[in-house]
Design a protein around this ligand. Sequence first.
Ligand SMILES: Nc1ncnc2c1ncn2[C@@H]1O[C@H](COP(=O)(O)OP(=O)(O)O)[C@@H](O)[C@H]1O
Ligand SMILES: [Mg+2]
Length: 610
Amino acid sequence: MKSEPKHQNGYISAVNGSLIEIKGLENVVRLHDLIRISKFNILGEVIQIYSDYVIAQCYENTSGLKLKEEVINLGEPLSMELGPGLLSNIFDGIQRPLDRIYSFYQKDGFIKRGLEVKSLSRESKWEFSPYRKTGDNVHPGDIIGTVQETPLINHKILVPPGISGKIMSIAQKGEYTIKDEIYKLKLGEKEKSFTLLQKWPVFSKRPFTRKIQPQEPLITGLRVIDLLFPIVKGGTVAVPGGFGTGKTVIQQTLAKFCDADIIVFIGCGERGNEIADVLKQFSKIIDPKSGRPLIERIVIIANTSNMPVSAREASIFSGVTIAEYYRDMGYNVAVLADSTSRWAESLREISGLLEEMPAEEGYPAYLPSKLSSFYERAGVVELLGRDQKNHTLFGSITIIGSVSPPAGDFGEPVTANTKRFVQALWALDANLAYSKHYPAIDWFMSYSNYPDYLSDWWIERDIHWPELDYDWIQCRSLVNEILSKENELSNILQLVGEENLPEMDKFILFVGEIIREGFLIQSAFDSVDVFTDVNKLLSHIKIILLLYEEGKKLIQQGYFTEDIKNLNVIQKILRIKNNIENEEYKQIFNLKDQLIQEIDQLKLTSGSRK
Ligand SMILES: Nc1ncnc2c1ncn2[C@@H]1O[C@H](COP(=O)(O)OP(=O)(O)O)[C@@H](O)[C@H]1O
Ligand SMILES: [Mg+2]
């Protein structure tokens, strides 16, 4: 348990930008404790402690501060308020709700420094339904009751970590604010009451029983990812790419369509109006399963470049703390951070102010450890809490972070260090983007270490075609094989010219083109193409690979690539992505029959050419 805040005061002894030196607190504060400067009510965080002074970084503009001004020790680290009201909301990096800040702005015409707004509304009422009764013994993570937070998400009220005891009283079904007492526990000799709200420090992991091996994919609906570079629920991915290569579009597409239960979107915006854009888009999009706006499963942390650096620095940890809270309810949560380079720059700025010895390219030496402490909060975990029948429960956090290396140089420190801590990489290529091949995921530079975990999952969902007996793993390796062969051949092609290539090579080039144009390229702006589900993905790739296998036989029999290109079905295969809806995937089965028939027809009309 945390100690009660000690309200001991100190005073400002120096000011350096957002950093202030404080005397009088060096013997009472702990690293990362919050302080408050009485003048202007500015919040800050202790980042260095020396024998006769401490250094704090302020979350707000420090101009106008003078020496000797009073500083109050708040005695606790930066923490998130966790409870109903997080979903559909936008917060800044230190969890100030932007809509309420904005309403002050509208009233006063500016945002006053030191504005104290509670993160979660104290007035909103939530319908609580108890799940336990008086006399029950409960332990950390156990479900006390539930609140329907949004029509999409049932919010479980959990016993906080570190608390076990007997329920002395529990609220009846009814409407409560997050300040009302909901239950009372007997803890040893004492009684303590609890509300719908709990707090958790952002730089500490919320506890769980153990990490377990991931085994389910996070389906993204992007074909190149779900087939070639898949990710698991509980996994980690980095998405490096230069300016304009499509990082934000990928992240936003995932936020809308990936099959996580909850999305925490951390926008460290590169363009000023991007966040407003995100919001508009998310509130318009309707979840096909529930018919509800998707924003009801999303929490947004917005960092614009005009926010103080320290709030930006906290943001990714604030986001992942909220994610852990929903994970602890048993949900699969995806944390999407776009882009972590803006976050790393805030580290660099603060480090510069502190005159620390810089490591590579001015980033502080602790950049790798900060990155690792973010990505290591991903995973599938067995939760502390159990259900009423004492069954174990699981939840997961997937972290997908984009990185924007200056000049697209993947060797720079943020990209290089991020690669050390993730299990998959979707490398975006400027040339692909330039030639309008989106998503611009480079199939030679990208990788995923997850396929082996997922093969069973895909085999269970396989579609079976007697004509092509390949499962997901085999489809993957064949596609990889064709693409690398195509790459080799296109290098040779430049030397010898297409007419001098053997017929089989011409055919492989043709299939490579179908895979790229008809399968890998996927428009985020076409209502059918934007999301491909599992059935459609499998049928789609299988028909292309069937064309490859049957075509190879034809070439061996002396037919020409041109003969195959001229089949009517080819144009239809190229248009599967735009023309066939996910639910109509069986139309691809008909195309498969058509392909077989047209090949038979070709053999009948021309006979073997040999
Ligand atoms: N999947 C896609 N489909 C169609 N166009 C795309 C796609 N991805 C990116 N684009 C185009 O590229 C532009 C830049 O993408 P964006 O995600 O903003 O790049 P970044 O965040 O890497 O700077 C978009 O505005 C859009 O026109
Ligand atoms: Mg972007």
